[in-house]
Design a protein around this ligand. Structure first.
Ligand SMILES: *[C@@H]1O[C@H](CO)[C@@H](O)[C@H](O)[C@H]1NC(C)=O
Ligand SMILES: *[C@@H]1O[C@H](CO)[C@@H](O)[C@H](O)[C@H]1NC(C)=O
Length: 290
């Protein structure tokens, strides 16, 4: 399918800002669709958030679900809402291609969308963020692992550790090896870290900051996967568990603080299933978008 650049007739912000479809963002080895929410008043050297839908979703749908529009209008940041139509609209978090830096998979296509915003909108490379729900959270873990040179910080709702589905025949509920979602892929922090480092062997810098959220009552993507993400990212970011903050940011939620709390935190949501609702204000605080 060929798309031309056009501002969809769909008007979203009260201000009349629009979700813009982009076809010429660069190499698109996995035929993903890019759309970007551009507020009327873009900040100088703006921030960009790559915001990824769950299985079965679309960029348009995730724009509604995630609720960043009003904040984007206020603060002048961009939001990339990509869409995959493959594998039941689930992101490829399983193939060797996608789990390799510039390996020709979904992760590379998404990286090219980010790179496009540098030239097109003058995005500040120090303000590149990734987030997503469910499959989009799994893909956020993958983007952090495969493109630590691009992603500065991330938040993530109800996903799994980068590499959890490595080698699985697919990444959707009907095509994936079920062991990962069931919480049966269990590794040490050192094992996860080695797997992540092998995805981009040339990388010797730091990994992105992460705030990850999971519902304790999640039976679809097991809560056990929160612990695996904790092992993975606390190892890569070299931070140890320090304390719990209960009723944070709201009743029923517990924030687990690692190190000084600036690199990695994990939120456990009591009684919450799949998925934890997006917390846009908390995300912006974590990203440092003022
Ligand atoms: C990291 O990699 C860059 C680019 O290859 C290199 O210039 C730099 O010396 C490396 N730094 C360390 C600490 O190894
Ligand atoms: C911290 O909170 C998590 C999630 O509720 C819980 O599993 C863990 O046991 C708590 N740790 C401590 C030391 O209280």
């Amino acid at each position: 399918m060929k798309f031309s650049i056009f501002a969809t007739a769909m008007l979203i912000g009260r201000s009349g800002a629009a979700l813009v479809s982009v076809s010429n963002f660069g190499d698109n080895p996995t035929q993903l669709q890019m759309s970007v929410y551009v507020p009327d008043k873009l900040a100088d050297k703006p921030a960009v958030i790559l915001a990824m839908h769950g299985c079965g979703g679309t960029g348009q749908q995730y724009l509604q679900q995630s609720g960043y529009t009003k904040l984007a209008d206020e603060k002048g940041f961009l939001v990339i809402y990509p869409t995959t139509t493959h594998d039941n609209h689930c992101w490829d978090v399983a193939s060797k291609k996608s789990l390799t830096h510039d390996g020709g998979g979904d992760s590379q296509t998404l990286a090219n969308m980010i790179r496009y915003t540098f030239t097109k909108y003058g995005v500040d490379p120090a303000k590149v963020f990734s987030t997503g729900s469910s499959s989009g959270c799994m893909m956020t873990n993958v983007m952090m692992a495969v493109y630590p040179d691009l992603i500065v910080a991330a938040s993530c709702y109800s996903g799994v550790a980068a590499g959890c589905l490595a080698g699985s025949p697919g990444a959707s509920p009907s095509t994936a090896d079920p062991a990962c979602a069931a919480g049966r892929v269990v590794k040490t922090g050192a094992e996860w870290a080695a797997q992540v480092r092998a995805m981009y062997t040339g990388w010797n810098g730091t990994y992105p900051r992460l705030a990850t959220w999971h519902g304790h009552a999640d039976t679809f993507v097991s809560y056990l996967n929160l612990e695996e993400q904790i092992k993975e990212w606390s190892t890569l970011l070299d931070v140890a568990y320090v304390k719990n903050l209960t009723a944070t940011p709201q009743t029923g939620y517990t924030e687990m603080v690692f190190g000084d709390g600036t690199k990695f935190v994990a939120y456990s949501a009591e009684g919450v299933g799949h998925t934890v609702p997006v917390h846009p204000q908390e995300d912006l605080k974590w990203f440092g978008i003022a």
